[in-house]
Write a protein that binds this ligand. Structure first.
Ligand code: TRP
Length: 374
């Protein structure tokens, strides 16, 4: 039962075999449409990698509850989930190679969360800076218990399908690190059940917001969405924050750390154009207007095929519903197997199984006679 096996190999997993193909799991909370920051941080990697893995995409509505849990918030899950699945297909996920699932419809994830929560300490979680930022951004005076446990729930998602790879953006990297630690700890304490999932980073560390803040985010209102029409993209780009020290087109500007150039680097498919703009910008020989117009055009070139695919998928009215329903059923079967593996490895099922066995036993022939009443 408690064999000490220090080496961790997914194939050593008993009694359920580990995944035959490498598995990828990643996803998002259903808080709204996906934007360019999501693309750079994680979607691009998902598209690039998803056919090499068995790929699971979680819509993490239970994670959403850690900061947004009013009835109104929860009522947005249906719509936001559909939008996010469409956005994912639009950027190039092949529905035939993608398992989409809704977290709250796989209740066994909550059980795994509970079982893993004994393997993590509070100070370990308190040291994760992203959680404090999330609490602050959500206007919380004190840290909600569930928000402190956010990375443990994320570890539960990842380990529930025995994922081997997790492509995520910058802010999520510390959470995947918790998942890796928890997997190792579980394997060491009980028996090797989990592969230790690899973290896969985005190419660009993170995309700034249109307002120059470090992060593009819906809640900060500084995002360009994948579904924004060309006019909207142009409007947002023309208002973008650039080098604040540059008071006119004749003044030399700074390219490094300038969000307009960060977007050019990420989305402009014409590197010669970008190099030329950067050179003239540094020399004070180009206006911000031209730099921005060329950026808007580049983003719209990037988004045009994305939006065309989106429209095609949207025309198929039942597609998203079918993907979610079949994907969730498929995921749930996997997760049920994982819970059974975990309970077995922990010896957690043994006590009740023994009680059941005894309860089923035929009553002994000569039960000790009750003392006769005098
Ligand atoms: N934490 C992710 C977000 O920022 C969502 C998420 C939940 C996730 N579970 C996951 C990402 C598992 C990767 C793997 O929205």
């Amino acid at each position: 039962m408690s064999g000490q096996t220090p080496t961790i190999t997914p194939t050593a997993t008993k009694p359920g075999p580990g995944p035959v193909a490498p598995r990828m799991l990643t996803g998002d909370r259903p808080t709204g449409r996906l934007h360019l920051g999501h693309y750079v941080g994680s979607l691009a990697n998902r598209v690039r990698l998803h056919k090499r893995y068995e790929s699971f995409f979680i819509v993490a509505d239970l994670h959403m509850l850690t900061t947004k849990n009013s009835g109104q918030d929860i009522a947005t899950v249906y719509h936001n989930t559909a939008e996010m699945v469409l956005d994912s297909l639009a950027v190039g996920l092949d529905p035939a190679h993608s398992v989409f699932f809704l977290q709250s419809a796989v209740p066994e994830v909550a059980e795994i969360n509970l079982l893993l929560s004994s393997l993590v300490t509070v100070p370990r979680l308190e040291r994760i800076p992203s959680l404090k930022e999330m609490a602050r951004d959500a206007g919380k005076q004190e840290m909600p218990f569930a928000l402190l446990g956010y990375p443990v729930l994320q570890a539960a998602d990842i380990l529930a399908v025995k994922a081997t790879a997790v492509p995520v953006g910058h802010d999520n990297a510390p959470h995947v690190e918790v998942a890796r630690e928890v997997a190792r700890r579980f394997n060491r304490r009980y028996r090797p059940v989990f592969p230790v999932p690899a973290l896969i980073h985005g190419d660009v560390p993170s995309l700034p917001g249109t307002d120059g803040q470090a992060k593009m985010s819906k809640s900060l209102g500084n995002a360009i969405y994948l579904a924004d029409p060309p006019e909207e993209v142009r409007r947002k780009v023309m208002r973008m924050y650039t080098d604040p020290a540059r008071t006119g087109p004749g003044v030399p500007g700074t390219v490094e750390g300038n969000p307009v150039f960060a977007y050019h680097a990420a989305f402009n498919d014409r590197p010669a154009e970008v190099a030329d703009l950067a050179e003239r910008y540094r020399a004070g020989k180009v206006g911000d207007v031209e730099v921005k117009q060329k950026l808007a055009a580049a983003i719209n070139r990037f988004l045009a095929p994305v939006q065309e695919r989106r429209a095609a998928f949207e025309a198929d009215e039942r597609l998203v519903a079918e993907l979610i329903v079949t994907g969730t059923a498929r995921t749930r079967r996997e997760v049920q197997r994982t819970v059974a593996d975990m309970r077995d490895a922990m010896g957690l099922a043994a006590a009740f199984t023994e009680f059941q066995r005894q309860a089923r036993r035929a009553p002994a022939a000569a039960a000790p006679a009750a003392p006769a009443a005098m």
